[in-house]
Each structure stands twice: as C-alpha cells, then as structure tokens.
Design a protein around this ligand. Sequence first.
Ligand SMILES: [Zn+2]
Length: 63
Amino acid sequence: MADDSARTGAAGKPAKPCPICGKPSVAAAKPFCSDRCRDVDLNRWLSGSYAIPAREGEEEESE
Ligand SMILES: [Zn+2]
C-alpha cells in the first residue's frame, strides 16, 4: 500500500506526531507539540538514565 495518505498540508514535509501525546508537532518545540511534552520526554530520558532496570534472575535457583 504505497499511498500518499500522509498529507498534512505542510510545505511538503509531513509533520511528525508528538512522541508523547501524538498530537501534531510544532516548530517551536520540535519534535514535540509543546514545551510541556518536551519536558515530559526529558524527564523520561533522565529517569530512564538513572533508573537501571534491576533484573532479578540471578538467584533463581529451583527449590
Ligand atoms: Zn505532545
């Protein structure tokens, strides 16, 4: 299905949706729709960077 259904009406470039909420992004806060979403993403990135996923599977010995 190769159809040009992704027409956004922009100047040729399809506007990518905000990765946070899915709304159309704005140039002022690319690639997000607002500063708020950009902040949310930043927080996610920071927390994800600090929060190391602790996998408990080392001491999984059968009883
Ligand atoms: Zn957003």
